[in-house]
Structure formats: C-alpha cells, structure tokens
Design a protein around this ligand. Structure first.
Ligand SMILES: *[C@@H]1O[C@H](CO)[C@@H](O)[C@H](O)[C@H]1NC(C)=O
Length: 387
C-alpha cells in the first residue's frame, strides 16, 4: 500500500501542468511612454469608474467594477480552435470568463491584437447569445462561441468563450494582452457557462481540483501557473491554509493590517480577494489615504501617488495578518520604481460607493511575495513565502 502511495504521488507530480507566464509592460507604462497616461486618467478617473458604469447601466451587461487592468503585468499563451489560433491572455483569478477579440471587431483595440477567425476552426460552434462585460478599465461586447481551448498541453473541448465585436475606449488599445481567461468561481461567470478551470477538472484533465500561481519579481520569465498540482520547490516552509469566505471571487478574511505593531487599516477584520488580475494593493478610500500619508505618498498633477525613492530603505514593512499568520509586505514591494527616477506607491483606492468598497484586493504586489494555491476541492487558499 505504501508503495502504491509513493507511485501515486509520482503520478500526480507528473500530471501537474505548468504554464509559463510572461511579465510584460503594463498598460500604464505603455500609456505613459506614449504620453497618453494623463489623458487616460482624466477620462477614466478611478473614483468615477463606478459612476461611468452606472450611467451606461445595461441589464444585459455583466459588470466587474473591481477590475482594472491598467497595471496588469503577467500573461500566458493559450490557443483556441482546430487548427489552433494563439492568444496572449491574462490568467485572472478575479474574473471567470474567457474572451478574445474576433475578426468581426473593428475597434482600434482589436486592430492592435490577435483576432480569432471562427471560419478557420473546424471544431467551432457558434451561439448567437450576446455577451457584454464591463471592467473598471474597459469593456467588451460580442457573442458566445464554443470551441477547443488548449492551455499547456491540456485541451478542453466545447469551452464556452466570448468573441469580442466591440472593445470601446482607449484602454485595451494599449494592452499587451489580447484577451482574458478567468479563474474565479463559476458564480462569477455568466449563468450556465462553465469557466475553463471547471472544464479542466470535469473533463478529467488534471489530477487535483486546484491550481497555484508563482509570480516572479526577478525577471521577465520564471512566473508560473500550475494546474492540477503544486510544485513545492516554488515556496519555502509550509503552506498556511485560509478558508474561502465567499466562493465567487477568491475571497478571504483578513485580521488586520499593521505597521510597527500598530493597526493602520482593517481594524477588527475585513475581507480581501486574491487577484492575479490586479497589479496593486487596493482598499477602501480612507484606509488607503491613511497608508499613503504614513508612507509619505503625495499626488502631483497626473493623479498618481509619488513617493521619495530613498524611503524604500527606511520605511517599515506593512503587515497583512490573515488567519493569525503575518504576511509582511516590505517597502521594496509596496513602492515601485518607475522610469525617469520616480517612485510610486503600490497602494491604490478601490472604487468608491460600490457595494464592495470595504473590500481589499491583494494583487500581484502581494502575490509576488507569497506563492498562492487556489484549492477548489476544499474551498481554501494556501499561502507560503515565494522563493
Ligand atoms: C492583528 O490580528 C491578530 C489576529 O487576530 C492579532 O493577534 C494581532 O495582535 C493583531 N495585530 C495588532 C497590531 O493588533
């Protein structure tokens, strides 16, 4: 029996599929380099994103106001159809659909990206069902289709996905990725549409009903999505498990956020989501303003929080306590160096007067420090220091 157990473990690690991720230049950096950032921030101010979404409210649209892909920096490659057509997608734990641009899209954003040609896939099944998704930083509308989706060497058949016909607004135009592949719970998806990960599991393609992210801070390469298993060589010590508090986003309860042993935010507890599709650390307005003050972050003309670069060496860690375990975030992580010798705060306000405005989002800034397991089988999240 023991021998069998060992063999089973070997088999498991053999079946684990690693999807390499690329660290790319964010939309924010692209906009800044094209001198379009100021225009963009004026046109889409974060605090007004919810207002904008409300003005254009349409019951047929699925809103994801928490999402803002402006600073997104990790993408993977998937292919759709037979023969395969390749796309660069954000592997996003904070949403649950898959969508890519189509040949029917005439928005400027689509002209800059790979587009799916349904006429060239022998396995495609079109559905006339319209799909619309609005994010904090962009929109897409189109229609639903079903086709084979290949991720790593795994092929999901009859995967539902959105083909965009319109991607209004300037934001996607400057995105390095073509589309988005959501890894959230089905609850976050359109009704009746199973996300890619659910199909990977249901079609028996992975040995364990979980996935994990390793986001490298070192170089462009080395970041990884693991499907169906966990490779322990990517973290140190033991994984600490935290129950998912509401299975929709990958949401958990935080005990508090502190600096030098003093609670500075999330006093008495709060909720947070682990989101690979958000770059920064976002939270409620008052808490974020308090933290910006404490770290000496100021807002100059272009609406971004700037800090003095040399404070990286002197500012203390900001500690997120989750399920009684401390997860320190050092100044070298919550401050980022931009080009032209500026440094910026990696804390950002969440969107105001939204239902979930008390929600924290622990984005890539946090996930680079802590290897994260998203365990669907047990509805729990595992965290350990990344190597
Ligand atoms: C934060 O919460 C943890 C767990 O409840 C508690 O042990 C710790 O003392 C709190 N931190 C501070 C600075 O109060």
């Amino acid at each position: 029996m023991k021998r069998l157990g060992v063999l089973w473990l070997v088999a498991l690690s053999e079946c684990l599929v690693k999807i390499p991720l690329m660290k790319i230049k964010s939309m924010r950096e692209n906009l800044r380099e094209n001198n379009k950032l100021k225009d963009y921030l004026e046109k889409y101010p974060r605090s007004h994103a919810h207002e904008l979404l409300k003005q254009h409210w349409n019951p047929a649209v699925t809103y994801e106001p928490l999402k803002n892909y402006l600073d997104l920096a990790y993408i993977g490659i998937i292919s759709i159809g037979t023969p395969p057509q390749e796309f660069k997608v954000v592997l996003d734990t904070g949403s649950a659909y898959l969508w890519v641009p189509s040949i029917y899209c005439s928005s400027p954003a689509c002209a800059h990206h790979k587009v799916f040609n349904p006429l060239q896939s022998s396995t495609l099944l079109l559905s006339g069902q319209p799909v619309n998704v609005a994010y904090g930083s962009g929109e897409m509308s189109g229609f639903l289709a079903y086709d084979s989706v290949k991720i790593g060497d795994l092929t999901v058949v009859a995967q539902a996905f959105g083909l965009s016909v319109e991607e209004p607004g300037t934001s996607m135009e400057y995105a390095v990725f073509d589309g988005i592949l959501g890894l959230g719970y089905p609850d976050l998806s359109l009704q009746g549409i199973l996300p890619v990960f659910d199909n990977l599991w249901m079609q028996g393609l992975i040995p364990q009903n979980l996935f994990a992210f390793y986001l490298s801070s070192k170089d462009e390469k080395g970041s990884m999505l693991m499907l169906g298993g966990v490779d322990p060589s990517y973290y140190s010590g033991d994984l600490h498990w935290v129950p998912v508090s509401k299975p929709s986003y990958w949401q958990l309860a935080l005990d508090n956020i502190s600096m030098n042993g003093v609670v500075i935010a999330c006093e008495g507890g709060c909720q947070g989501i682990m989101d690979t599709g958000t770059s920064l650390l976002t939270g409620p307005r008052n808490s974020i303003l308090n933290i910006q003050n404490l770290i000496g972050a100021k807002v100059p003309s272009d609406g971004e929080y700037v800090v003095k670069c040399d404070t990286i060496n002197t500012l203390p860690d900001i500690v997120f306590t989750i399920n009684d375990v401390a997860y320190p975030v050092p100044a070298s992580a919550y401050i980022r160096k931009g080009h032209s010798h500026n440094c910026y705060s990696n804390f950002e306000e969440g969107i105001d007067d939204h239902l979930d405005s008390e929600m924290w989002v622990l984005g890539d800034v946090f996930l680079r420090l802590y290897f994260t397991v998203f365990d669907r089988a047990n509805n729990r999240i595992g965290l350990a220091p990344a190597v």
